[in-house]
Ligand binder design. Structure first.
Ligand SMILES: NC(=O)c1ccc[n+]([C@@H]2O[C@H](COP(=O)([O-])OP(=O)(O)OC[C@H]3O[C@@H](n4cnc5c(N)ncnc54)[C@H](OP(=O)(O)O)[C@@H]3O)[C@@H](O)[C@H]2O)c1
Length: 335
């Protein structure tokens, strides 16, 4: 496993991190507590020290599972969680309706984007309780809220840092302009954004150059495109009820076929190197300029171990060129 600092902070985090959205069950067709705890512990035992979660993942469930899994090894683990998606008050910007399983019009709760001072403080206390810890290693604003001045949000995060409740500060889903606003107030360590072989917006808008130049770590999320790039999803695959992949166009049988053809072309390299397709995809992601860490979701011990091993795979320039040329050929064919 390789380690890189979280931006200008001196916190050294494994380049492969474990994402625990799916473990929360919400939008992923449910979850299993025992299997989730085992997956988290397997990730840690295999070199991962950064675990990413959020209050909204299972409306507290993901954080609770993380808390349980790390209770006897807290000193070996960096916990990253988030704030700014709330369902206990109607403040800020309405984002989506949801029930316990996922986003749904027939919902019993409404999720808002809100980053006001008191709300962040309350969220942090609730996260600390669920995570059974006295500090959060990285706190990230989950989505940006246009109704609260960024200065108020960032001042609150800096206060929490001073009080020792959080150690580093990050944003997610933020534009360069929004990041600049945070940086006017204090040190921003991380930016968490979607990036994979088939999600390249961060490169197109110059964001990755900006973060690299300004010593901001980029924790990319969904590097396996919700599992699609693992090579293990057939066009016939049936997802559990409530799994978001049932309704995404990206998971239509036709699109899965095209993605799998791309992966088939890449496969000889994985076979030569004796690694799995998921490992090759994660390693490729970590070789992209500006990407410092990959947050990979896993629901089982097997997946967690396999993904952790990708953190030590080195790809040569020739190997990267081989993969890049294949991806370029599919550029316009994949949704
Ligand atoms: N800040 C944000 O707004 C935001 C948004 C999204 C995600 N995130 C973070 O990023 C993390 C990772 O992203 P993600 O979970 O969305 O997607 P991902 O990492 O692209 O995909 C994870 C899914 O792929 C499958 N998988 C994982 N490892 C595999 C392997 N070795 N072989 C075969 N299949 C495998 C699993 O699903 P199945 O086994 O069910 O197929 C798993 O749940 C999240 O958990 C979360 O922490 C943040």
């Amino acid at each position: 496993m390789r380690f890189r600092n979280l931006g200008a902070s001196e916190i050294s985090a494994s380049t492969v991190a474990l994402g625990t959205w799916a473990i929360g069950g919400w939008m992923w067709g449910g979850t299993d507590r025992k299997a989730s705890v085992k997956a988290i512990q397997a990730a840690i035992d295999n070199g991962i020290n950064l675990i990413d979660t959020a209050p909204v993942y299972g409306f507290g469930m993901s954080e609770e599972f993380v808390g349980e899994a790390v209770a006897d090894r807290r000193d070996k683990v960096l916990i990253a969680t988030k704030c700014g998606l709330i369902w206990n008050a109607k403040k800020g910007v309405f984002f989506f309706p949801s029930n316990a399983d996922g986003i749904s019009e027939n919902s019993d709760r409404e999720v808002f984007r809100y980053l006001g001072r008191e709300s962040i403080r309350q969220e942090v206390e609730e996260s600390l309780r669920r995570l059974k810890t006295d500090h959060i290693d990285l706190l990230q604003t989950h989505w940006q809220d246009s109704t609260t001045p960024v200065a108020e949000t960032m001042e609150t995060l800096l206060e929490l840092k001073k009080e020792g409740k959080i150690r580093a500060i990050g944003v997610c889903n933020a534009s360069i302009e929004q990041i600049e606003e945070y940086r006017k107030v204090g040190q921003l360590d991380c930016d968490q954004e979607k990036f994979s072989m088939i999600d390249r917006n961060q490169e197109k808008d110059g964001k990755l150059k900006y973060t690299e130049q300004n010593d901001i770590a980029v924790l990319c999320y969904s590097p396996l495109a919700l599992g699609l790039l693992s090579g293990g999803i057939s066009p016939e695959r049936k997802f559990a009820q409530g799994d978001q992949r049932n309704t995404k166009e990206r998971f239509s049988a036709d699109n899965i076929r095209v993605v799998n053809s791309m992966l088939e072309e890449i496969k000889p390299l994985a076979s030569d190197r004796n690694i799995t397709m998921a490992q090759l995809v994660i390693a490729w992601t970590l070789h992209q300029p500006g990407i410092t860490h990959a947050l990979v979701g896993a629901r089982s011990e097997k997946q967690a171990i396999e993904n952790a091993q990708a953190g030590s795979i080195e790809l040569s320039t020739e190997e990267l060129t081989f993969v890049n040329e294949i991806i370029a050929g599919y550029n316009k064919k994949i949704i």
